[in-house]
Write a protein that binds this ligand. Sequence first.
Ligand SMILES: Cc1ncc(COP(=O)(O)O)c(C=O)c1O
Length: 356
Amino acid sequence: MDLVCIPILRPRLPDTDALIPYLRRIDAARTYSNMGPLACELAAALQERFAAIAVPVANATLGLAAALLAQAPRPGHLCMVPSWTFAASGHAIRAAGLEPWLVDVDPDSGALTPDRADRALRHAPGPVAAVMPVAPFGAAPDAAGWDDFARRSGRAVVVDAAASFDSLRAAAVPQVVSLHATKVLGAGEGGFVLCGDPDLARRVGAACNFGFAGSRSASLRALNAKMSEYHAAIALAALAAWPRTRDAHADLLSRLKQALPDWAWPTGLGDAHVTNTLVARFPMGADRAEAHLTRHGIETRRWWGMGLHRQPAFADCPRQDLPNTERLAGLSLGLPCHLDLGADDIRRLADSVAGV
Ligand SMILES: Cc1ncc(COP(=O)(O)O)c(C=O)c1O
């Protein structure tokens, strides 16, 4: 008998009924973008949740680029970024006129830490204008640590917190969250930049809107990264349902944690925050695990490929030696982690992982 494949993801966004009240408001207001009433309401709701200013954006990639541009880095200078990240981080750096400088990560957390960034700066291959730390797979960014680093280093910092909606805490430096359909809180496409520094937040807003800050004169290098009212509608409906969605994810994570072997469970996951990106480290290697799980009808994904330095678009970027990135890329494999997983699916997943 053919096995029914367990997909890696089954995104679920608010359904039509949940969207209708918001869509009717768009019909009535006849404002479709340019920080209309729904985008403003979303910004206010996020500000209340995080106690920092939130700028809704069209997607996190543009939000990252705009948050760099808002800090006016010198075009052509370097932006330090961990090679262990998704391609979007590197593309955003280039969209802001900078060149990615690929550095290694902490072997346990898989993240660039402020200490590592300090040490790396002593051996920079050129002038470093900015640093883009990345919070892996929904982990909490080190808000205080990066604020402190930005103050003492004088570098622009923009935190890529694409998957960290639930673990995010306010910081002065901009932190960028994705609301892509694959994220735990999804709006189809979308995101927001959270920034505790009101002046910088205003510049981020301008960098998302052609550089306009109160007039139609472009005041800085900028983009069009605005979120449309339709995407704000989906984000607001998703936010209204978030307490229930979060409970469902927390319950799923606790069932997965009980079922999966201890060695496969990422440190800290599910204790303090929820995510729908479950990345296990397979001691026998992700290649073998992937082949075994595919044979058992379980879809897996290498969310970040083998790191930026192994991807043709970034192969020419300056880089450090990257032993920890290489090791993590060789071991890490994304597993199914979505609300459609039933008890049978979880058992099958756990047995297959244990059987690798
Ligand atoms: C680490 C990281 N950065 C940036 C992004 C880009 O987000 P978006 O699709 O909203 O542009 C992603 C998307 O998954 C991501 O994983």
